[in-house]
Design a protein around this ligand. Structure first.
Ligand SMILES: [Fe+2]
Length: 124
């Protein structure tokens, strides 16, 4: 089943084939920029960008409503957005005491539902 064929609101959507992403996936999957490895307790910067691979619409009837960031299942941050006046890019300084799993970013598009992007990170 392709992304276009499934109900986008029935689950969290992900990029199914990173070697061959669809236009819908390029516009929605959050892209996380962060170091591959960090020291425990040392702050590092995380950037989450929606539309990095292909620009997402930014209009009142179709826009990115919010971005959230987790380390594994541990909540870290949230950014709420409005159309036209804000861009779906979140930058936040994070400090992790231990390895909790990959960084996971979620974004919510009012037309296309929730999308997840991940980045592996090791905490030493
Ligand atoms: Fe969308």
């Amino acid at each position: 089943m392709t992304t276009q064929e499934r109900d986008l609101f029935s689950d969290v959507n992900v990029m199914e084939d990173s070697d061959n992403p669809t236009d819908l996936e390029k516009k929605h999957v959050p892209v996380i920029s962060a170091p591959d490895s960090v020291s425990a307790g040392e702050p590092f910067k995380v950037t989450v960008e929606v539309g990095k691979l292909a620009e997402h619409p930014d209009e009142p009837d179709h826009f990115i409503n919010f971005i959230t960031l987790y380390a594994g299942h541990v909540y870290l941050a949230r950014l709420d957005l409005v159309p036209r006046r804000t861009k779906p890019v979140m930058q936040v300084w994070v400090s992790l005491d231990k390895d909790l799993g990959p960084l996971r970013a979620f974004e919510y598009c009012n037309i296309h539902g929730t999308w997840e992007g991940r980045k592996e990170i090791s905490v030493g």
